[in-house]
Design a protein around this ligand. Structure first.
Ligand code: GDP
Ligand code: MG
Length: 304
């Protein structure tokens, strides 16, 4: 796949027409500082995002921009127009500072929730205009939540964060830096995370299953679903494997962990879900459920 994003193969033919007119997809990354959020964004979208204008800071009231010493110090949004097989996509990624990077960690979730809300507000404002023919959809369609690879269980701050976010975004939990855990540890950790998520009534993105789908699609969906929370490894550098291949990965004394190898981590499955199999569902759920909820609350609170 390499430099190819893959969204042009969107499976849902019903949406081909709107897709051809061009559409938008916004991915946000959230989680502790140093868990590989910025690296994963680069790994996911590679050079797609490099030829862009300088990142715009969207942090409320903050004029700080960019990153200091590679650390993300403000909420940054980067977009790129990508075209594949005649399908136009405006791809946006919203990178957020880690909890540890905020001045005040007690309310570290607040600027992130504010950012999500202001994107809803911008959409609502356009909807209320007389001419609604060209709506810019900058709402967050997918929120990748990074879990520290402790192997234990979710921390209170993770639970708090996810509970602040789950009514507003499609939450996609991932185990960060999965290369630091053994295969057995990953399996056990995934189960513990899923238990914690269920126990705390956290709602994560669940792809809908349609009756209409063929066996192959159902199998593909089940395969993706079985990997949640995705154990990811990010790397934007190429390394040479023992057998001489050039791959994106991380090298250890005992060998190389390959990003794009399904036997090594779930990166490919995560990318497949985001920009191939479930992009349309993520957009739909954002519009039909999450945004609708937000809109209703907002209008009620304004007494409309
Ligand atoms: P962020 O603060 O969450 O944005 O984290 P960064 O992307 O800046 O990465 C922090 C450090 O972790 C850098 O030194 C990365 O090279 C390293 N890193 C990123 N992803 C991974 C990973 O999947 N595995 C390992 N072992 N290190 C990673
Ligand atoms: Mg960062």
């Amino acid at each position: 796949m390499g430099s190819f994003v893959g969204f042009a193969n969107l499976p849902n033919q019903v949406h081909r027409k709107s897709v051809r007119r061009g559409f938008q997809f916004v991915t946000m990354v959230v989680g502790d500082s140093g868990l590989g959020k910025s690296t994963l964004i680069n790994t996911l979208f590679e050079h797609k995002l490099y030829d862009l204008s300088a990142p715009r800071s969207l942090a409320n009231g903050s004029s700080m921009n960019g990153s200091a010493n590679g650390r993300t110090v403000a909420i940054e949004s980067k977009s790129a127009d990508v075209e594949e097989n005649g399908v136009r996509l405006k791809l946006t990624v919203v990178d957020t500072p880690g909890f540890g990077d905020f001045v005040n960690n007690d309310e570290a979730w607040k600027p992130i929730v504010d950012n999500i809300d202001s994107r809803f507000d911008a959409y609502l404002e356009q909807e209320n205009r007389v001419n609604r023919s060209k709506l810019m959809d900058n709402r967050v369609h997918a929120c990748i939540y990074f879990i520290q690879p402790t192997g234990h269980s979710l921390r209170p701050i993770d639970i708090e964060f996810m509970r602040k976010l789950h009514h507003k975004v499609n939450l996609i939990p991932v185990i960060a830096k999965a290369d630091t855990l053994t295969e057995d540890e990953v399996v056990a950790f995934k189960q513990r995370i899923l238990n914690d998520i269920a126990h705390n009534n956290i709602k994560i993105f669940q792809p809908p299953v349609y009756d209409l789908e063929d066996d192959e699609t159902i199998a593909e969906n089940e395969e993706i679903q079985s990997k949640v929370p995705f154990a990811v490894v990010g790397s934007d550098t190429f390394v040479t494997t023992a057998d001489g291949r050039q791959v994106r990965g991380r090298t250890y004394p005992w060998g190389t962990i390959e990003v794009d190898n399904e036997a090594h981590c779930d990166f490919i499955k995560l990318r497949q879900m985001l920009i191939h199999t479930h992009m349309e569902e993520l957009r739909e759920h954002t519009n039909d459920v999450l945004y609708e909820q937000y809109r209703t609350h907002k209008l009620l609170s304004m007494g409309v």
